[in-house]
Design a protein around this ligand. Structure first.
Ligand code: PLP
Length: 448
């Protein structure tokens, strides 16, 4: 193998066609390049930097914490910051989720959840249990490691790794705009999507199904797509009926991002396990968590072996936990979740004008987790081909205007979905929303 291109530096970047400038620092909703150019961080990285950049209170807290302790291993020690963080996460989760297992990110969190589900059935029913499969959906993203990728329903991300992946069943997403049933309302789509879960459980045999995983509001695979709340009511009934654990993936939608503490609240959803990461620490340090109910915890840890056969060295890193707790404290004190709901409604209201551009097919989301889908034809919803790369062009034009948006992935019948995710920091002001909108409109105008 020979190198035909000298590397820029020693970093193995994900993308060779680099278009982004080197960032010198961040300030509030802005990223600032080495040349001084300011970019509105319209996607908070990937819905991570929820309270924005350069927060002095977080910086001061981190300095003091680092001076106090470098590291303790969670298998032997506990630290106040770990316990405080766990308590606050529980307070932010739907009722009944009382036990926090810390990890370092989203993929680790979803993998942890399915191992918890599997061990729960093994501890409860003995090693004779045949429950292991996890049902997930097309047009979903649950992570990049082998277990989480096995659940991910984004074809492009799975394709070449297929030999490594567990053969987990997939059903259709509650993707109303492109629903395969010809449903006319979101409620109808939601009911039909939930019905697929029941059919799939019966097809494989409930005795083989350990869990079902869903995002409440879809992230990168189909940004902003969400169901009617009837979907999660039906999912709960179906999971109870067939003895299946319901995992809610709030890696992106949690931590205040949708105008509620967790997006599950919008839908009155009652998962058995909820996973969260990304915005939990607002990006200041890596952290994730899988939060389970008493039944799962007691079966494994109290009545069972007392040992969850899992663990990562950085699980429960005291600094990461301390920072996540501090970030949640700031969000509570400053009412940023209420702000997120208000500015999210305001932004969606302004975005409605974009339907005047024929390439804008669908605008959807909750709070400040908003997706825009671009189409070749507004009437027929015909998608663009991959080679047309409309989202890529809008991303580049946005950068020129000083706006960063997140180009979503996913695929629609083998054709890559052309969507972008808007997810600015949740403490954005109305004036900043107006600025963001103006830049986005210019980027779209330039592209079309
Ligand atoms: N689950 C969801 C819903 C996500 O959006 C992501 C990341 O985008 C993940 C899981 C994986 O998280 P991470 O990239 O932190 O491993």
């Amino acid at each position: 193998m020979s190198l035909n291109k000298a590397p820029k530096n020693y970093v193995f970047y994900r993308n060779q066609n680099w278009i982004y400038p080197r960032i010198e620092r961040g300030e509030g909703i802005y990223l600032i390049g080495e040349d001084g150019k300011r970019y509105i961080d319209g996607c908070s990285g990937s819905a991570v930097a929820n309270i924005g950049h350069g927060n002095k209170e977080v910086a001061e807290f981190a300095k003091q914490h680092i001076e106090r302790i470098a590291f303790t291993h969670l298998s032997r020690w506990t630290v106040d910051s770990i316990e405080k963080c766990a308590e606050r996460i529980v307070n932010w989760c739907p009722e009944g989720l009382n036990h926090v297992y810390f990890v370092s990110g989203g993929s680790e969190a979803t993998e942890t959840a399915i191992k918890m589900a599997r061990q729960y059935f093994v501890e409860r029913d003995g090693h004779k249990t045949s429950k292991w499969k996890v049902i997930s959906k097309w047009n979903s993203y649950h992570g990049a490691t082998m277990g989480s990728l096995s659940m991910t329903g984004s074809i492009g991300r799975r394709k070449i790794y297929d030999p490594f992946l567990a053969n987990f069943p997939k059903i259709n997403q509650f993707y109303h705009y492109r629903n395969p049933w010809g449903a006319k309302t979101l409620e109808e789509t939601s009911l039909l999507a939930a019905e697929e879960l029941e059919k799939e459980i019966l097809r494989h045999g409930p005795e083989n199904i350990a869990a079902f995983i869903s995002e409440p509001v879809v992230g990168s695979a189909a940004p902003g797509v969400h169901p009617d709340k009837i979907y999660f009511q039906r999912v709960r009934e179906i999971c109870d009926k067939y003895d299946v654990i319901f995992i809610m993936d709030e890696v992106m939608s949690g931590s205040g991002r949708t105008g509620k503490r967790m997006a599950s609240e919008h839908f009155e959803a009652k998962p058995d396990i909820l996973v969260v990461a990304k915005g939990l620490s607002s990006g200041y340090t890596p952290i994730g968590a899988a939060v389970c109910n008493d039944e799962i915890f007691n079966t494994i840890m109290v009545e069972g072996s007392g040992h969850f056969i899992h663990g990562h060295t950085y699980a429960g890193n005291p600094l990461s936990c301390g920072i996540a707790d501090k970030v949640m404290e700031i969000i509570e004190r400053e009412n940023y979740i209420e702000n997120c709901a208000i500015q999210g409604d305001y932004l969606v209201g302004r975005l409605e004008d974009l339907y005047n551009y024929p390439v804008v097919g669908d605008i959807r989301g909750k709070g400040l987790m908003i997706g825009i889908e671009f189409v070749k034809d507004q009437e027929t919803k015909e998608p663009f081909q991959v080679s047309e790369n409309v989202k890529g062009k809008i991303t580049v034009n946005g950068l020129e205007e000083g706006l960063v948006v997140y180009p979503g992935g996913g695929s629609v019948d083998g054709v890559r979905g052309d969507h972008i995710l808007l997810a600015p920091p949740i403490n954005i002001t109305k004036e900043e929303v107006d600025l963001l909108f103006d830049k986005l409109e210019k980027a779209i105008k330039k592209t079309t």
